[in-house]
Design a protein around this ligand. Sequence first.
Ligand SMILES: [Zn+2]
Ligand SMILES: [Zn+2]
Length: 183
Amino acid sequence: MSAFYSLRIDDIPHDGFRLSTQWNAVELEAILADTDGLFSIASPIDIEVQFHLPRPQVLMKGSCAVTLELACVRCLKEFVWPLEIRFRYIFWPKSKESHVEEKELDVEDLEVVYYKEGEPVDLRPLIAEQIYLNAPQYPYCQDSCKGLCVQCGTNLNEQTCSCAQSFRPETLSPFSVLKKLKK
Ligand SMILES: [Zn+2]
Ligand SMILES: [Zn+2]
């Protein structure tokens, strides 16, 4: 199965079109370059999309499954996070009437993507956007993660240390711990 990244909306047949494909993480890495180290993609990306007419607007419904690698915000340990995302987009031709308000299209909570007629639409930025929006913002390796010891930096999930408990305020961020460790 060869990967499939873009399509021409004009080529979609009258009875719609369904597609399953798999992308390599590399394909999205450039687009996701500004994740600020929040996560990386640790698996191929499975994608299924369905296109529904009538034109000029085309509805794309789909899902994508991917595994992310994240760093725990408490203990900094890296762990994997399987993600399954459902999404819907409306493609609308970028022509004279392109500045249609979303409400005129009667498509609340749908994202509108404008396309140039006759030109292929690249699906990669849309999938990248979905992964970005659905990646956890404050990921914990486990709900009960105990974080790092403020004093000595021990990962308290793995070991105990002999530092006084009173020096472990719950609210301490691991970044201040890191700063201490770097000194
Ligand atoms: Zn953790
Ligand atoms: Zn300690």
